[in-house]
Write a protein that binds this ligand. Structure first.
Ligand code: E4P
Length: 215
């Protein structure tokens, strides 16, 4: 399963990219706002760092506005993916943009029917939000499992991005449930790297080496 980084922080993107563990980036209006920087400027910098799909989200709420914004986002770089919210207007925009060859990521997916509609409209990616479903005491992973099953049975090539991923177990379970991609925050990449037995092992190698060879 591929990993994308879910952030608009370019330092974090550089670091994860240098580690070789991510092949794309997702942003959203909240993540861009958190950086307090201009959308186009941040997105351009991200496209200079990562050579893979970069999602930039539209702000408009009507189809015409989303289509206009989407076309503009697509001109920033060949790797741009237009992120569009799961609404009636969003589906209309996905239909038009996908016919023009512009790739889309339908976001804020909370049910399998929403995922099916987005795929039928021509979405390149659908993003079910696991963590936010878990937050309301429902099973986010079950949603990924059902979407993956439906897409598999019907040969739908829309890719599933497990989003709103909060912990390492989410990542592993999303992979087992059939998500093609998990988009993860930077702190989660750090958590995934660490294991106490790796640290202990490293410490012991160092001590043994020093005991034998240090003057
Ligand atoms: C995905 O594309 C979204 O940007 C993100 O995963 C949302 O995560 P959150 O629920 O932690 O805000």
């Amino acid at each position: 399963m591929k990993l994308f980084l879910d952030t608009a922080n370019v330092e974090h993107i550089k670091e994860a990219n240098e580690m070789g563990v991510i092949c794309g980036v997702t942003t959203n209006p909240s993540l861009i706002a958190k950086e307090g920087r201009d959308f186009n400027e941040v997105i351009k910098e991200i496209t200079d760092i990562v050579d893979g799909p970069i999602s930039g989200e539209v702000i408009s709420e009507d189809a015409a506005g989303m289509i206009k914004e989407g076309r503009k986002i697509a001109t920033i770089h060949k790797n741009m993916i237009v992120k569009i919210p799961m609404t009636v207007e969003g589906l209309k925009a996905v239909k038009v943009l996908s016919k023009e060859g512009i790739k889309t990521n339908v976001t804020l997916i909370f049910s399998a029917t929403q995922a099916l509609l987005a795929a039928n409209a021509g979405a390149t990616y659908v993003s079910p939000f696991l963590g936010r479903i878990d937050d309301i005491s429902m099973d986010g992973m079950e949603l990924v499992r059902v979407i993956a099953e439906i897409f598999e049975i019907h040969g739908i090539d829309t890719e599933i991005i497990a989003a709103s991923v909060r912990n390492p177990i989410h990542v592993i379970e999303a992979a087992r449930a059939g998500a093609h991609i998990a988009t993860v925050p930077y702190n989660l990449v750090q958590q995934m790297v660490k294991h106490p037995l790796t640290d202990q092992g490293l410490e012991k190698f160092k001590k043994d080496w020093e005991a034998a060879f240090a003057k």
